[in-house]
Design a protein around this ligand. Structure first.
Ligand code: 3PG
Ligand code: MG
Length: 407
């Protein structure tokens, strides 16, 4: 997307002021336990900086998809507790994000205090970007800070509408995310490559189309590689693939050729007749996939080729695993390539930027999250950014003083 001029916390003097901080507290939860607290931890610098500078920090966020109703299991209360634990201070929680309950919590604040308000999506106006809800949220504060890059693809009241009513700033996490993405695609050191994996071409068409214009090397893995292979006449047995996407796949390959973008597909594969743990596997050349087998990972020759190619790159963007990494041994290809990316990054030879839900779990599984230059906290927003789309939450950060506003 086009670079947006936004203000950061460097331009905000928050002492004694009320700051509405849009966070993304939408963390994965399983059986009442937070399974990945990354989003909470990455938010801490912004909260700490604002609190230390004497702001009254009012944290708002959505959580899950309650669709405009109060759903008790989707309350932010337990997440607020976890945030308090991470911050090392008890967290005040208010049972509504607007109205008298929210106002009373805000009125009781002292400078340096932090409160968390209840799930914005308990109000239907959140997803509808209702101007009244945006105004009610804005009426709680003097300034708006958006630190929710991972929700910036949503034009909702707390991510977009509210910025029309308050001087608006990017938080430190938002700033870091935008800088990292800028280094990856807008202003990268070349050659730039991308690894795109995952199941379906149909969900990543725009993304591939945009990347062809920006990268010199496009590595395709995961089940989507099967569709490209099958479209070129390769027999992929019982592998997952999208038969109706063959024309599209061929058109993508033709466009890549025209743009001078090298597309790399697997040359061998790890196959099995069933997708489950400890099944017998066979490594075969891509032109020798048995009729009754499925491709479940890239093979060892592909891993060697990919590692050699990645060593020639200066910048790498990664979205999507190369194989069905959730079940061993089909994680081997993703692990090996991830470890090489981590090593090249640590040696200072590569800038590596990864994002998207599965990608982050795959990199964590490979044990390399610390070795990658930057891992985005975003899933859908990272994908939309890779698609070259304008993210409404970021556009809204252009200062109200610098643009004419449709209200
Ligand atoms: C995410 O987890 O991708 C963001 O928090 C946005 O959530 P949503 O997909 O429910 O809008
Ligand atoms: Mg999502």
């Amino acid at each position: 997307m086009a670079t947006v001029a936004f203000k950061t916390l460097d331009q905000l003097q928050p002492a004694g002021k009320k700051v509405l901080l849009r966070a993304d507290l939408n963390v994965p939860v399983n059986g009442g336990q937070i399974t990945d607290a990354t989003r909470l931890l990455r938010l801490l610098p912004t909260i700490q900086e604002l609190a230390q500078k004497g702001a009254r920090v009012i944290v708002v966020s959505h959580f899950d998809r309650p669709k405009g109703k109060r759903v008790p299991e989707m309350s932010l209360a337990p997440i607020a507790d976890a945030l308090g634990d991470a911050l090392g201070r008890p967290m005040t929680f208010a049972d509504d994000c607007i109205g008298p309950v929210a106002q009373a919590a805000v009125d009781a604040m002292q400078d340096g205090d932090v409160v968390v308000l209840e799930n914005t999506r308990f109000h239907a106006g959140e997803e509808a970007n209702d101007p009244d809800l945006a105004k009610s949220l804005a009426s709680l504060a003097d300034f708006y800070v958006n630190d929710a890059f991972s929700a910036a693809h949503r034009a909702h009241a707390s991510t977009e509408g509210v910025a029309r009513h308050l001087p608006s700033f990017a938080g430190r996490l938002m700033e870091t995310e935008l800088n990292a993405l800028n280094i990856a695609l807008e202003n990268p050191e070349r050659p730039v490559g991308a690894i795109i994996g995952g199941a379906k071409i149909s969900t990543k068409l725009d993304l591939i189309g945009n990347l062809l214009e920006k990268v010199q090397v496009l590595i395709i893995g995961g089940a989507m590689a099967n569709t490209f292979l099958a479209a070129q006449g390769v027999k992929v047995g019982r592998s997952l693939q999208e038969g109706e996407m063959h024309d599209t796949a061929r058109a993508i390959l033709a466009k890549a050729k025209e743009k001078g973008c090298e597309v790399i597909l697997p040359v061998d594969a790890v196959t099995a007749t069933e997708f489950k743990a400890n099944v017998p596997t066979r490594v075969v050349g891509i032109d020798a996939i048995p009729d009754d087998a499925m491709i479940l990972d890239v093979g060892p020759q592909t891993v060697r080729d990919l590692c050699a190619k990645i060593a020639t790159l200066k910048t790498l963007v990664w979205n999507g695993p190369l194989g069905a990494f959730e079940i061993a041994p089909f994680d081997a290809g993703t692990n090996a390539v991830a470890q090489e990316v981590g090593r090249l990054t640590q040696e200072g030879r590569l800038k590596s930027i990864a994002g998207g839900g599965d990608t982050v779990s795959a990199l964590r599984h490979a044990g390399v999250t610390k070795d990658i230059s930057y891992i985005s906290t975003a899933g859908g927003a990272f994908l939309e950014w890779l698609e070259g789309k304008t993210l409404p939450g970021i556009m809204a950060l252009e200062s109200v003083f610098e643009r004419a506003l449709p209200i």
